[in-house]
Design a protein around this ligand. Structure first.
Ligand code: NOJ
Length: 738
């Protein structure tokens, strides 16, 4: 081989041939497109049969618009039959550019998994990735190309209904989970028949809505934005997230949809994001009520210029972009860039080679509700449950019980187990209730039942019956909580106490003297002080999805030893919100909970949460020992290896989540009292010890200064190893030297 050919050969080998050929195909196609066809690609319509916002009313027949090449994507249509019909219309268009079908596959498709916040409580990245994998496999088999997930918004405010959709309050845990979910959704890569495009949303800072009120403004320092709110987005991007969705809120006075700092400077600039950005539902047009633009035309101009590539359902792009180009207000090059990003993904998905490749009826039938998907949902649900209290080892329940009273409004509930953002695709009948789960595992014990009260209704008419039933039983298990529509989008609440007269019912049942276990089923942290103080055993079970009843029974009877840890602080009272563990110390920190003498404290309530970030019990106990640091001082480019032993000193096999926190003792600007920097979930048999090892490098010591530069500062770092953010078992310190 001549030198020239050899070098060319090497060049071909080392060039991403696939990517290059897609670029070429995109460019070729773009050259054939009229301006209207280009604008069509930027337009996403709702499929009509579901809406999460006001549907635009101009009655243009969607199929006609698709045939005219005026639509690039449709959301909210699923199933092989539906997607095929819509794709067929796209194939009737001049250039036959296939449609993208997007759907909110948030926690499962046909099989509903636990809500994302519940999954986050598992701290089990492999299981979370698997949950997304199953959802993607089913969704892709149902004709879906694109999920509007993961939601990676940090949330420090449980009044905000969408806290259920994310991974909680911590940027490190949030970033790990964002990565796991993107990998799960996109599997072996776009183009695989079991992969869907992920969408990291909502860019950005949506979780910091003032007062926890959905869609509200966000006002925060850019340092907080970079330090707390952006890391999960960056992690999603690094994991390969194909798309981003911007958020409804304004950030410091600029709506995120028209925010070029977020979209152009950060996402497409500094981060080199090559995928595309979709607006949130109608958010391009919502810049009008925001008061940021005067009408649809300006909305389209501002959004596209800022870097929002696709317009979800506001129709501002489709009605205005052509005029804006003619008026010279929007350069065609901007439109071309947006179109190319979208076409690229359509090519990557293989839709130009076969537009129906995700719409195969046999595959759909064979893939949905597989036994292995059900198993994964149960495994995830087991791992999502958090044991908050277990006085006197009331749990696990003995298998020798003669009778168990199941009391509460959620004992027989199927719908509420699915939670907000679940799909109607799988049969409701497939959801396992608490009652059904208990029936499977109660052995010889007789199950008694009384509803006792409703979720929100304040009638106490059922109390007497519930008391009668409780008195007949050896133990009472109470199923209390929220309806599935009480926490989710547009479901912010000013009062997050356990609703209705449920806590009164708990009090009444406790007064019978029977041992009581309370299961709390909700999408957000609730406030339930009386229960927390008086009930011996409490499990937070969130909304666990299809396998809810089986998972709750697994934990109640000890088939699964609970291992969940709170991904978010649970306040004692609403007045403490926002409450989060990684706060600053202030110049007047309280000495202890009782200290109120001119210190930063509430005079009528402790500062601490009811349950701290990272908290969760097990049926067994773990002892931590032998903390060792490979060195006590490091330079910036060096690492420290941290090792410790964890021993299971109890009677049951169990999983412990060992958490590593750091504190930069003196820094400018200030650093939090504690920051999660690593964790390890480890399974131990009774008596077993395992060595855990963590590595500390510069990335764990750096932070943003006021100029938004990522820096480190020399000095002392405290290192805490804990079982929760407020349960530190071992500690040491080291120096970072110049
Ligand atoms: C509005 C929500 O904010 C967003 O998360 C969702 O993906 C879209 N609606 C589409 O349903």
């Amino acid at each position: 081989m001549s030198k020239f050919f050899f070098l060319s050969y090497l060049f071909v080998l080392s060039t991403p041939v696939f990517a290059q050929s897609i670029d070429q195909r995109v460019d070729d196609l773009l050259k054939k497109m009229t301006l209207d066809e280009k604008i069509g690609q930027l337009n996403q319509y709702n499929g009509d049969w579901e809406a999460t916002g006001p549907v635009t009313k101009d009655v243009e027949d969607k199929m006609t618009a698709i045939r005219q090449g005026k639509v690039g994507s449709i959301l909210n249509i699923t199933g092989v039959a539906h997607t095929r019909a819509f794709q067929q219309a796209a194939m009737d268009s001049r250039l036959k550019i296939p449609l993208l079908f997007g759907q909110d596959v948030i926690h499962g498709y046909s099989i509903t998994f636990p809500i994302p916040l519940a999954e986050a409580a598992s701290w089990d990245l492999a299981a979370i990735q698997q949950s997304a994998r199953v959802a993607a496999t089913e969704a892709a088999a149902g004709g879906v190309h694109w999920t509007f997930a993961p939601m990676v918004d940090i949330a420090r405010d449980p009044r905000w209904g969408r806290i259920m959709e994310g991974a909680g309050e911590d940027p490190y845990l949030g970033a790990c989970i964002a990565r796991a979910r993107v990998k799960g959704f996109q599997g072996n890569g776009l183009g695989s028949l079991d992969a869907v495009m992920a969408c990291a949303k909502h860019f950005a800072a949506y979780g910091a809505a003032i007062g926890g009120r959905d869609y509200n403004s966000v006002d925060m320092s850019l340092r907080t934005l970079w330090e707390i709110y952006l890391p999960p987005f960056k992690a999603a991007l690094d994991a390969g997230a194909a798309t981003f969705m911007n958020s409804f809120n304004d950030l410091n006075g600029t709506p995120a949809t028209g925010n070029s700092y977020l979209l152009r400077d950060i996402l497409k600039g500094q981060w080199h994001f090559s995928g595309f950005v979709v607006s949130d539902w109608g958010s391009v047009g919502e810049m009008i009520p925001h008061g940021y633009v005067s009408g649809k035309e300006q909305a389209a101009q501002v959004a596209l210029t800022a870097g929002c590539d696709m317009d979800m359902e506001s129709r501002c792009y489709t009605t205005s972009l052509s005029t804006l180009v003619q008026q010279g207000k929007v350069p065609v090059s901007l439109i071309d860039d947006a179109v190319k990003r979208i076409l690229h993904k359509k090519f990557e998905l293989g839709l130009f080679d076969d537009p129906y490749r995700f719409s195969n009826a046999d595959r759909e039938k064979a893939t949905l509700n597989k036994a292995e998907h059900v198993r994964a949902a149960r495994d995830m649900a087991d791992k999502s449950i958090v044991l908050l209290k277990n006085e006197g080892h009331l749990l696990p329940l003995s298998t020798q019980l003669r009778s168990i009273a199941l009391i509460g409004p959620l004992v027989h509930s199927k719908k509420e187990m699915k939670g907000f953002w679940s799909q109607d695709i799988g049969a409701l009948n497939d959801v396992v209730t608490l009652y059904e789960g208990m029936q499977q595992q109660a052995g010889g014990a007789q199950l008694l039942y009384a509803k006792g009260c409703d979720i929100t209704d304040t009638s106490r008419a059922g109390f007497a019956e519930a008391l009668r039933v409780a008195q007949q039983a050896d133990v009472v298990v109470m199923a209390m909580g929220e309806r599935a529509d009480m926490t989710g989008e547009a479901k912010s609440k000013a009062d997050i106490h356990l609703p209705g007269v449920q806590e009164e019912l708990i009090k009444a049942i406790q007064a019978t003297g029977k041992p009581v276990v309370v299961l709390l089923m909700a999408g957000r942290p609730m406030v339930f002080n009386w229960t927390a103080e008086h009930i011996p055993a409490i499990l937070y079970t969130w909304w666990l999805g299809n396998q809810a009843g089986n998972a709750m029974a697994d934990v109640l009877f000890g088939k699964y030893n609970p291992s969940g840890r709170l991904p978010v602080s649970f306040p004692r009272e609403i007045g403490q919100i926002p409450i989060y563990y990684n706060h600053l110390n202030t110049g007047r920190p309280a000495k202890d909970e009782k200290d109120v003498f001119y210190v930063s404290a509430y005079t009528d309530l402790y500062n601490s949460p009811r349950y701290a970030f990272g908290y969760g019990l097990s049926y067994t106990e773990f002892k931590y020992s032998n903390l060792a640091l490979s060195r006590k001082s490091i330079h910036n480019n060096e690492t420290i290896t941290v090792t410790l032993d964890v021993k299971n000193t109890g009677k049951y096999t169990g999983e412990e989540t060992v958490q590593l926190y750091l504190r930069d003792v003196v820094a400018q600007p200030l650093r939090p009292v504690k920051e999660l920097k690593d964790f390890a979930k480890v399974k131990l048999a009774p008596g077993e010890t395992k060595k855990i090892s963590f590595t500390i490098d510069k990335s764990k010591l750096s932070f943003y200064n006021d100029k938004l530069e990522l820096i480190t500062q020399p000095g002392e770092f405290q290192l805490f190893i804990g079982s929760a953010s407020d349960d530190i078992r071992l500690q040491d310190s080291f120096q970072l030297v110049e």
